[in-house]
Design a protein around this ligand. Sequence first.
Ligand code: HEM
Length: 288
Amino acid sequence: MPDLILEHEEIVEQSTTRTYYTRFSLGQRYLHGVVMATFLGLALTGMVLRFSRSGWGSSFAGVVGGFGAILFFHKFCAVILSAAFLVHLGDVLHRGLIQRDKGTFWGPNSMVPNLKDLKDLYGHLRWFFWRGPQPKFEHFAYWEKFDYWAVFWGMGIIGFSGYIMWFSTLFAKVLPGSWLNIALLIHGEEALLAVWFIFAIHFFNTHLRPGSFPMDLVIFTGSENDAEMKEKRSGEYQRLAGADQLEARKTFAPTRWLKNFGRTMGAAVIVIGFVLLWLTVASFVKGQ
Ligand code: HEM
């Protein structure tokens, strides 16, 4: 009960000092949660398969129940991640083609890169070297789009090659046998690239860069406050304010339990990611 009172007091206190705006819908946050959990499962099990001769790889497999069990968990996570990918693809196509929402494929809320992203990249590089002002970023900045597309295409390539190996007897009826070896090569190399990209670049971009350090909770809470929005996405803030659309984006301040949930999940994933990054780089360098 005292906790509930405190939580309520915190909401009142925060909502009087800060205004919160929605950035991600509940559906988007759930989907990201599923992608995050299954990618972590695939990365862990996949890297154990790839570096099976390393001490940490064989120990981990031993604890879980052997390499057969590792492969089972890998395929289990693969099916869920594939379903999440298809749900997202279906949602985008439904919004863009059936509901004819033009903003899906073009404009400030779209993930499709445009000329402004190129200008922002140039302006950002200048800003890094104190040669100009910070660009006014929109709903998705150029590096957020890059992260999205890297995962999107990576998912296609890793997923397709993974299914070729999983159903190798079926694919061997239509493909030359050497293609199965190529699929394993592509799968393994692209997976390593994806793991290093997510646990180094994506983590830095979202959590470790100045302004977000040590952790950006927005993907867990779904909202950010006016100060954060003005600092990180001044272009979007000004556009919405100018068109009188800020009011429609207003939402409640995130509750304390939601923020603590985000902090716990985020910290766990970041720590696991960094450990895996370290282990895989070390094993790669040693040629294991
Ligand atoms: C739809 C998604 C996926 C499917 C269907 C899938 C399927 C598979 C299968 C069947 C294998 C075993 C190959 C063998 O028998 O030797 C495998 C290995 C592996 N997977 Fe996946 N996988 C998927 C996604 C991922 C992801 C997202 C990662 C990591 C980011 C990953 C990393 C790996 C690695 C590193 C190996 C070992 C490759 C090697 O031995 O060189 N996989 N995967």
